[in-house]
Design a protein around this ligand. Structure first.
Ligand code: PMP
Length: 361
């Protein structure tokens, strides 16, 4: 029986490359001739050790991460980073946050448990439909870091330029845009991302941290598992890491490398987003919710004139095998997530469904 795959626009966990899933299926019962699945074997054995090393090397090659940065695979999701960042980067006890969506708001709130948080800019008044003007931004000179969320998954906005933070380390939540385009890691002190959008399955959090920010003189009260120095010293192997997730993340990195790296990923992502935004801008029925200068390449948020019409469109889309399109409850309408593994074919199928809906309107 031929398997019918849907066009999956889910915000996360999200679509993964079909060839990655096929390879994982093929290797499921006996990984590299071992007679067992990768998920059944010791994380201290030679085979997993080589998977971990390959994955780190592939990330370094793909995103040009120099040795001054450590690459970590942690658990607890991006949400755990909301607390690890302030607990570990604490020096003067101050940090400046850009609040541009639900997740950066949560990050700022969590950080305020540990240090003095100043909101350097917020677009909450406009329901986060755009990003702040970077030119007028100022930061406290003695802040320990500046934090932002680069792509706001729920509101469909994305920073296409970074603020100038001078000597202050920039910390960025890249959960929903990591490796969707080339990255200049030297602009950041630390980046983090839950894997379940652009990297692989849920359960792994990728952290890339400049080594001079890894403190060893933290207060005794910081738990061992929440200290970056623990994970840097032990190469993410202090305890049992999420082995299967790291392996799938590694296959996804190989898939990106084989398909032209991050430059080609950006081309594909720009093309997909342009097709969909052009369709929205042409439409009499659908309209985008994010301000044009702040539009995300990864999460395209849009609405019709009312909730009933949104629901009718979502029903038609579902009939056509287009799933995961319902918008977040705080925005309503629709959201098409166009992560790396979402194909242009899927985007064209979505546009065709929108056109059909509009004709029958
Ligand atoms: N930050 C962003 C930008 C996100 O999109 C998400 C999840 N949707 C999170 C943080 C929270 O991630 P997690 O569920 O991995 O904790």
């Amino acid at each position: 029986m031929e398997m019918q795959r849907t066009y999956n626009f889910s915000a996360g966990p999200a679509a993964m490359p079909e060839s990655v899933l096929a390879q994982a299926a093929q290797e499921m019962l006996s990984f590299r001739g071992s007679g067992m699945s990768l998920m059944e074997m010791s994380h201290r054995g030679k085979i997993f050790e080589s998977v971990l090393e390959e994955t780190i090397a592939d990330i370094r090659a793909l995103a040009r991460i120099p040795e001054e940065y450590a690459i970590l695979f942690l658990q607890g999701g991006a949400t755990t980073q909301f607390s690890m960042v302030p607990m570990n980067l604490f020096k003067n006890g101050k940090a400046d946050y850009l609040v541009t969506g639900a997740f950066s708001q949560k990050a700022a709130k969590e950080a305020a448990r540990y240090l003095d948080v100043r909101v350097a800019a917020s677009t909450k008044e406009d329901n986060f439909s755009h990003l702040p003007d970077l030119s007028g931004l100022t930061f406290r000179k003695d802040a320990d870091y500046v934090h932002l969320c680069q792509n706001n998954t729920i509101f469909g906005t994305q920073f296409h330029h970074l603020p100038d933070t001078g000597n202050l380390p920039l910390v960025a939540d890249l959960s929903s845009c990591i490796f969707s385009e080339p990255i200049d890691i030297t602009r950041y002190g630390l980046v983090y991302a839950g894997a379940q959008k652009n990297l692989g399955p849920a359960g792994v959090t990728l952290v890339i941290i400049r080594k001079d920010l890894v403190r060893e003189d933290l207060p005794e009260t910081v738990p061992t598992m929440l200290r970056y120095d623990t994970h840097v010293k032990e190469n993410s192997m202090h305890n049992t890491p999420p082995t299967f997730g790291i392996y799938l993340l590694g296959l996804t990195m190989k898939w990106l490398l084989q398909n032209g790296g991050l430059v080609s990923a950006r081309e594909r992502n720009q093309k997909k987003a342009a097709l969909l935004y052009e369709a929205l801008d042409r439409s009499q029925v659908f309209s985008g919710t994010a301000r044009k200068d702040s539009r995300s390449l990864m999460n395209v948020t849009f609405v019709t004139k009312d909730e009933k019409t949104d629901a009718a469109f979502l029903a038609l889309a579902e009939q056509k095998g287009l799933v995961g399109l319902k918008g977040h409850r705080s925005v309503g309408g629709m959201r098409a997530s166009l992560y790396n593994a979402v194909t242009e074919e899927a985007v064209l199928a979505l546009i065709a469904a929108m056109n059909e809906f509009e004709e029958g309107f």
